[in-house]
Design a protein around this ligand. Structure first.
Ligand SMILES: *[C@@H]1O[C@H](CO)[C@@H](O)[C@H](O)[C@H]1NC(C)=O
Length: 281
């Protein structure tokens, strides 16, 4: 991922939910910016406008970007419109999401579903909410429930699951792939599901989503955070082996988790979740 995309993904992953607190905690390393609001809006607009001509309208994909990154561009456009109260990108976002929505499946598609949610927020069209929910329901079949973890089996998987890893239940992990023999649970698959659940809970008040957000947030907290509080990548649910692709830390793992924690704090009113991303000195 380029530096620019990493920045884009992280900054938009920090989220824009309805009643979420966007104040930057003063205990963060660099809590302020010297750039004015207008300057920031202008930078964001120029970046998005540089990408627009790269889109192939028939596939809703962007030249040079992978599938999940293309999905994020629509989320960035919708978030831009939401924040600035405009409809600059409404047409292109609605067409792009419509082109792809029948294919929103894990794991790249969780990004598309989240972009559909941002579009719902920006434009208030319930079609986009239904796109996000339909992907959420599909991905839900790949979440390890407390019952699956206790029994060591999962209806979509052909191997026996480790009931615990490092002495902690694997409940709340979300499988990276739908293949029956693929045991990999990813923080990003789980973090996206957690965040989408929290966003849906906030928008609908349906407690099914709140419970799902809490269960999956607990998995990340229990299993996949290092001593510097950065979110690691992968756990094999058969062997409990942890992994980082090419030994790299991927910023989106932490960015998505931060977004989800922020929304979850708002949804539950429980400051425990806030304490995971705002450390008290
Ligand atoms: C809550 O969400 C779940 C999952 O999408 C859905 O099955 C259920 O019908 C919803 N409940 C209500 C009352 O809308």
């Amino acid at each position: 991922m380029s530096i620019f995309l990493r920045f884009l993904t992280l900054s938009f992953a920090l989220g824009f939910a309805f009643a979420q607190d966007f104040g930057v905690p003063s205990s963060w390393r660099k809590p302020s910016t010297s750039r004015s609001y207008n300057e920031r809006v202008s930078i964001a607009r120029k970046a998005i406008d540089a990408m627009v001509p790269q889109m192939d309208p028939s596939s809703a994909q962007f030249n040079g970007l992978s599938l999940w990154q293309s999905g994020n561009v629509f989320g960035s456009m919708a978030s831009f419109d939401y924040i600035t109260g405009s409809h600059v990108y409404k047409d292109i976002v609605m067409k792009g999401l419509k082109t792809m929505h029948n294919r929103f499946r894990p794991d790249d598609w969780e990004w598309w579903a989240t972009s559909a949610f941002y579009a719902y927020k920006a434009y208030g069209d319930s079609t986009h909410l239904s796109y996000a929910i339909s992907t959420w329901q599909y991905v839900s079949e790949y979440v390890i429930s407390p019952k699956d973890a206790a029994s060591g089996s999962h209806s979509r998987k052909s191997f026996s699951l480790a009931t615990t890893c490092d002495g902690k239940t694997m409940a709340g992990g979300v499988f990276w792939q739908t293949l029956p023999d693929s045991p990999v649970v990813n923080s990003i698959t789980t973090g996206e599901y957690m965040t989408l659940s929290a966003l849906l809970a906030e928008a609908t008040g349906n407690s099914t989503y709140t419970k799902a957000a809490i269960l999956t947030a607990q998995w990340i907290e229990n299993h996949n955070i290092n001593l510097e509080n950065l979110v690691l990548d992968t756990i094999d649910s058969y062997t409990c082996t942890k992994g980082q692709p090419n030994n790299m830390m991927l910023t989106y793992n932490s960015g998505k988790y931060l977004e989800g924690l922020s929304v979850l704090t708002d949804v539950t009113g429980n400051n425990f979740w806030r304490s995971l991303y705002v450390f008290q000195p």
